[in-house]
Design a protein around this ligand. Structure first.
Ligand code: UD1
Length: 430
């Protein structure tokens, strides 16, 4: 029994430091396999997904040396197999990045079918289409994706959907391929740019990351690098939303304000004050919040990974809000849990209609996936009374020290592991 026990109802106030971006760090670690030289990665978040990925790397012969909580040294000169399996790795989506990295370097990779949060079908057809265009063969066997090539040759690839995973995977597969690869209709997320910057720091020749077209001129080999992962846009956005939903005043530090513009704009629209500085953003929610419309879109649009956090906030905003999820088809399951706290929500396909209520009430709720889990924690912090949030393993996949950071802002949240601890938390006995 691992749960968060939460007493809600007080505004979050203060400053919080944001860690490295999970969705940049995962592919950057995989990309570090592309060189035999040593690579040093800094600002890694200390979260479950990263630790599972590092363990998988060790299992194929990669030397992983933790220099500190957020710093790791990697040497992949002595990889002895290009097959990656195991329960942990099958549960995470980012395992697919081993396909691009190992195929790119060794022309061979087999990886257990990717899992991750159950928020939709999450196809990987665009990754496969790209690998094939570069000259690889791809097949599925006993739950493994197996890809092999004699040689990889640059190609012109049009992605049918804008996919973060496919864009990054194809960059990794193409950096050592012969000649020029052009990938059109690519994702422009900050983490796509960060992975391209990392690969370039190792000697790759990638141009256009952050635009719709990426051009990769293959190079013979990559060399070692020291690299710092960008701050996590979604962790930052989650704390910005924590300020809004609890009517608080939070300064989110160590961020890149540009990456948060779409979130800041929505917060201003619903009645928050948002002040940017060089590497921080302050959100003050001193007025009544009012409802709005949100549609999730690829970057620079409103991120699907912030949809649950803004929805729980809009559930307390005056009037009607309409939230349209256009990236994943199964990303409203947490709204049933929010209903237990008193939210007034109707779901019609990929649209959620929220009629703002005055308050949420404490309840026993379950995280349904990573971001939804974080959003439900925010709802519980805003709610009147006591809540428990179950299935927190989802949240721990992607948030480092989540309870500690929230408590640093004046929240009352405790990780409990047995009935006695739960009782003490409910009675507010330390
Ligand atoms: C990544 C992020 C996830 C985020 C998502 C969108 C990681 C580990 N995960 O997931 O947190 O929510 O980006 O910002 O970085 N699609 C296809 N075919 C493909 C690939 C994708 O149809 O081959 C579809 C997906 O089903 C989805 C959409 O494209 O509807 C976007 O998916 P994609 O950007 O690839 O997301 P992920 O890489 O899975």
């Amino acid at each position: 029994m691992e749960q968060y026990a939460i007493w809600g109802g007080n505004p979050l106030v203060g400053e919080v430091e944001i860690g490295g971006a999970k969705n940049a760090a995962l592919p950057i670690l995989a990309a570090s396999l592309l060189t035999d030289d040593t690579v040093l990665i800094d600002n890694l978040p200390d979260i479950r997904d990263i630790n599972v990925l590092l363990a998988a790397m060790k299992s194929i012969g990669v030397v992983v040396e933790r220099l500190g909580r957020h710093q790791v040294k990697i040497n992949a000169a002595h990889i002895y197999t290009t097959a990656i399996e195991g329960e942990g790795i099958r549960k995470m989506r980012a395992s697919y990045y081993f396909l691009g990295a190992l195929l790119g370097k060794y022309k061979s990779a087999s990886v257990g079918l990717p899992g991750g949060c159950e928020i939709g079908t999450r196809a990987i057809d665009q990754h496969i289409k790209g690998f094939k265009a570069l000259g690889a063969k791809v097949r599925l066997e006993h739950g493994m994706i197996i890809t092999e090539a004699i040689d990889l040759t640059g190609a012109h690839i049009f992605l049918d959907v804008v996919s973060v995973g496919a864009t990054i995977n194809l960059m990794m597969a193409a950096v050592l391929a012969e000649g020029l690869t052009v990938i059109e209709n690519v994702a422009k997320e900050p983490h796509v740019v960060d992975v391209a910057n990392f690969l370039n720091s190792m000697g790759a020749n990638i141009k256009g990351a952050g635009t719709d077209v990426i051009r990769i001129r293959g190079v013979k080999s990559l060399h070692g690098s020291e690299y710092t992962v960008i701050p996590d846009q979604i962790e930052a956005g989650t704390f910005m939303m924590a300020a809004a939903i609890t009517k608080g005043d939070v300064t989110v530090k160590n961020i890149i304000p540009k990456h948060l513009e779409c979130i800041s704009a929505k917060l201003k629209e619903i009645g928050c004050e948002v002040q940017d500085s060089d590497d921080a953003v302050r959100v003050v929610a001193s007025r009544v919040l009012h409802g709005t419309q949100v549609k999730t879109m690829p970057y620079p649009g409103f991120p699907t990974d912030m949809q649950p956090q803004i929805s729980v906030t809009l559930g307390l905003a005056e009037g009607t809000s309409i939230v349209r999820e256009s990236i994943f088809e199964n990303r409203f399951r947490y709204l049933e849990e929010l209903g237990k706290m008193g939210a007034n929500v109707t779901i019609e396909g990929n649209v959620a209609i929220l009629e703002g209520v005055k308050k949420y009430e404490g309840a026993s709720i379950s995280a349904t996936d990573l971001r939804a889990g974080a959003a439900l924690v925010l709802a519980a912090l805003a709610a009147e009374g006591f809540s428990t949030v179950d299935h927190i393993h989802y949240i721990e996949r992607g948030y480092e020290d989540f309870p500690e950071k929230l408590n640093g802002l004046g929240g009352h949240i405790k990780r409990v592991t047995n009935a006695e601890e739960l009782k003490r938390a409910r009675l507010k006995v330390v």
